[in-house]
Design a protein around this ligand. Structure first.
Ligand code: PLP
Length: 237
């Protein structure tokens, strides 16, 4: 058995265990394999082990892999910081964007999504830990931003995404995840005579805090290290 196959099996059983603890159906949780810095061959291997959804942070690296792997039935998710001049290639090549953190980027993605493709699924990234260095809209602005994004014609706003500051215990890890869950709940309530947004996605939880995220309602967990091993930014691509 290859390392990736056994790692994927271990991650799936961790998801199943957390789901059971949360009294949730494990089938309601999607595993997004984060393949940044990993070669196309490793992605091919993960696909051979049954994995279909892959998350990438760097546009050019992702485009190279898509080209190398166009024979495979993969679903690509963009999860990295977005520069305005990269929105067209993102809108043309991905099924999902998790890292929308300002209206301007959302407007460009909507305008540039090709008409022959399905609507682009997007999440609004929220800065749940309040660190200045972290991307994402402040929680107090999230509702207003979400409403504006949901109104764009070529996007389908699916929900919220976060990358909280690391914490050591499951208990501490749950706090920012609970905040994101609560925000989503608020957005789905009717308000000021307008209907709720009908959002169905909480993209939260990575290798180290997957259990805490699932306990708080994560529907997509983004897992890199636990599947592919440690990243080496110096050499690999
Ligand atoms: C790299 C990355 C991940 C995966 O992190 P691991 O700790 O390797 O599981 C998840 N989400 C985002 C946005 C990332 O950049």
């Amino acid at each position: 058995m290859t390392a990736i196959l056994s790692n994927l099996q271990a991650v799936h059983s961790a998801i199943a265990q957390a789901a059971q603890l949360a009294r949730r159906d494990a089938a309601s949780i999607t595993l997004l394999a984060v393949s940044k810095t990993m070669s196309a061959e490793l992605v091919r291997e993960a696909c051979g082990a049954g994995q279909r959804a892959f998350g990438e942070n760097y546009l050019q690296e992702a485009l190279d892999k898509m080209q190398a792997l166009h024979d495979l039935p993969l679903e690509w998710h963009f999860i990295g910081p977005i520069q305005s001049n990269k929105t067209r290639a993102i809108a043309e090549n991905f099924s999902w964007v998790h890292s929308v953190d300002r209206l301007k980027v959302a407007e460009r993605l909507s305008a540039q999504r090709p008409p022959e493709l399905p609507l682009l699924n997007v999440c609004l990234q929220v800065n749940v830990s309040g660190e200045d260095s972290k991307a994402g809209v402040a929680p107090q602005h999230a509702l207003e931003q979400a409403r504006a994004i949901a109104a764009l014609p070529r996007l389908r706003l699916r929900g919220l995404m976060s990358i909280p500051a690391p914490a050591d215990t499951v208990q501490a890890q749950r706090v920012p995840h609970a905040m994101l869950r609560e925000l989503l709940l608020q957005m789905n309530l009717p308000r000021d005579g307008k209907p709720g947004l009908g959002l169905d996605t909480l993209s939260m939880g990575m290798s180290h805090d997957l259990t805490a995220a699932i306990l708080e309602g994560a529907t997509i967990v983004r897992v890199g290290t636990a599947i592919f091993g440690k990243r080496n930014y110096g050499e690999t691509k």
